[in-house]
Write a protein that binds this ligand. Sequence first.
Ligand code: ADP
Ligand code: MG
Length: 212
Amino acid sequence: MNSTDFSSLALSPELLSVVQELGYEELTPIQAASIPLLLDGKDIIGQSKTGSGKTAAFSLPILNKLDLSNQNIQALVICPTRELATQVVGEIRKLGRRHVGLKVLPLIGGQTGREQAQSLEKGVHIAVGTPGRILDHMNRERIDLSDLATVIFDEADKMLEMGFEKELRAIMKDVPAKRQTALFSATFPEAIQSLSRRYQRNPMQIIVAEPE
Ligand code: ADP
Ligand code: MG
């Protein structure tokens, strides 16, 4: 059984104070199971219901290992929609409020690509976006992914349902082989398993069952 206590995790004192300030009293089950593995550099597949705290489950480990003095993208979070990407950006900024100078950039449609390109030029630690827009910046050589250490597929089943498989393939063709990859999905059809086989290394699967 995992401890539900945040202080049982090997997180920095800054991050532990932030979660305390935010009033998070206990780890949710998906957080208790996935954060230690992610801190250990493992690949994971996470499945739990909406609202169970998956964003913090992947964001805390990303923030914990972030090197703020390196202005290159170190983590890429891929989300199915602009709305979800915007929510994830908000949550990462909230959890990263003690990270002075932290730059989290949304790469989504509905905003000009040029503004995003300027921000990319100035330096970004964590990019969060939708597949089409991420790929667009990559194709225009606006993104340096040479220091990318972590890739997150958030709501992977929804991304496949929306037909983003081709974009995901193209993005993953150009990310460093030496990286950590976490995949979150509400369901596990064969298409998700094959996505996992293609991009993950010995992933641990974490399933938080819903109470009957
Ligand atoms: P999911 O991605 O699983 O649907 P979210 O990551 O969006 O869920 O989290 C839902 C809400 O729960 C967010 O408002 C988040 O700030 C809050 N939250 C996350 N972790 C905790 C926690 N350990 N304790 C209390 N609230 C939390
Ligand atoms: Mg989510």
